[in-house]
Design a protein around this ligand. Structure first.
Ligand code: UD1
Length: 417
């Protein structure tokens, strides 16, 4: 089994082009089922979660071909209506196939999805959204069966769930009538899903706001989309610079998608200059970060739960105490034992982590237990004295396209063996 070795204490310097966003490409891959023509997805990241989605598409009868960083999907031959437990458990986003599958086939049978262990991750909002559009949903013996041609309707979400908003959009585009999604999630990946559906001939408005309107009854054609830069990978990279010091130019990401993270790192003493498609970022290696006011995760445009772990790793060596309040997922502090093994002083109370900065972390043997927690341990290792051995790479590879290569390119002593 491979591990990543990181010899810490080297400031990061240089430029990096950020990969395409995992959370953008996954619903788009599910959306390819809505058309019988080919779709080209450029800047598609090579990730194990993308492979899992491709495996589901193949299983359903679609054809997927890589051409460099472009993935071409032709779902004209899709004919199956069920996805088995093994494929469903490979990742959380397997549930994104429910909406487009029932819209195309009038029937879908799935099991519950897998994904990172961050606490209970129900799918009730996905199911009630499909019911509101006229589908019949039955749950029995671990199987979810969804039947009926979706008609459209009003989908009112009690919480702005990213996945439920996307599933509802995907189903609604294939519905006969119109749909309004109220209290929709507002993440940039949802705006890109709208862009994708409209590029295929769909009629979707309002993404980025809380109300999304979809005019159903369109026949979708083929098309092309370029996946936007991954804001969480960018946040991880910047956290690495905040931890180790240095000066980098991050390309291919929209700074507005990261504004809460950038503001916080600026308050902590980092320098930031944002351009249209790039961010220049510096933390002087001889000046430690300063603790900041409590940070609470929230739906976009609030502070992203996915950035909580990597940012916390940088604050492990800040001057003073920083409190991280996790409001989205109940078990999202899986990185804390690893950080503590590296010398961090962190205590957990309820949904909060009290991070009392220490002057220096040291290398240790640590294990990633979830995707962004793995990113956090790498960030801590970059600033630590000595060597860190990081395993649990199957979690990291779900969402980072060569995490160690990114940091090595910027001068870190990081390699996978
Ligand atoms: C997506 C992102 C993930 C991110 C999360 C929150 C993808 C592929 N994943 O996950 O990286 O951490 O948004 O920004 O885009 N909930 C329910 N019932 C449901 C669905 C969700 O109660 O049916 C709750 C969840 O338990 C959680 C909250 O809503 O507490 C937010 O979850 P949601 O926005 O749905 O996250 P995901 O779409 O799973």
């Amino acid at each position: 089994m491979s591990v990543i070795y990181i010899q810490g204490g080297v400031p990061l310097e240089g430029e990096w082009q950020v990969q395409g966003a995992k959370n953008s490409v996954l619903p788009i891959l599910a959306g390819c089922l809505l058309t019988r023509e080919a779709v080209a997805i450029s800047n598609c990241p090579h990730l194990s979660d993308v492979e899992a989605a491709v495996d589901i598409l193949h299983h359903l009868g679609a054809c997927c071909v890589w051409q460099g960083d472009t993935l071409v999907v032709d779902a004209s031959g899709a004919c199956h209506t069920s996805i088995d437990e093994g494929r469903m458990r490979a990742m959380r986003s397997s549930i994104m196939f429910l909406g487009p599958l029932v819209a195309r086939m009038g029937e879908a049978t799935l099991t519950y999805p897998g994904g990172c262990e961050l606490g209970p991750r129900p799918i009730d909002l996905h199911l009630t959204a499909l019911q509101a559009m006229g589908c019949e949903v039955n749950e029995a013996d671990g199987l979810i069966t969804c039947t009926g041609r979706p008609q459209g309707g009003v989908v009112s979400l009690r919480f702005p769930s990213v996945g439920a908003t996307e599933n509802a959009m995907l189903c609604a585009v294939g519905a006969k009538g119109d749909t309004t999604i109220v209290n929709a999630a507002r993440e940039p990946e949802i705006v890109q899903l709208q862009e994708f559906l409209n590029a295929l001939g769909g009629k979707v408005w309002g993404a980025g706001g809380s109300v999304i309107t979809i005019q159903g009854g369109q026949t979708l054609h083929g098309g092309h989309i370029t996946i936007l830069g991954d804001r969480i990978v960018a946040a991880t990279l910047l956290s690495g610079v905040a931890a180790a010091g240095g000066e980098v130019q991050v390309r291919g990401v929209d700074w507005r998608h990261l504004s809460t993270v950038l503001q916080l790192l600026e308050q902590a003493g980092c320098r930031v200059r944002s351009g249209t498609d790039s961010i220049w970022f510096r933390r002087r290696p001889d000046v430690p970060l300063r603790a900041v006011a409590p940070i609470s995760t929230a739906p976009y445009p609030g502070f992203p739960t996915d950035a909580q772990a990597p940012v916390m790793a940088a604050f492990a060596t800040a001057r003073g105490t920083t409190i991280f309040q996790e409001t989205m997922f109940s078990h999202r502090f899986g990185h804390v034992p690893g950080l503590k093994a590296m010398g961090a002083d962190i205590s957990l109370h309820g949904g909060g982590a009290w991070v009392r900065g220490v002057p220096q972390l040291h290398g240790a043997a640590v294990t990633a237990t979830d995707l962004r927690g793995g990113g956090a341990l790498a960030v801590a290792a970059l600033g630590a004295q000595g060597e860190t051995t990081l395993d649990g790479l199957e979690h990291i590879d779900r969402g980072y396209e060569g995490l160690e290569k990114m940091f090595r390119h910027l001068g870190a002593r990081a390699e996978r063996r």
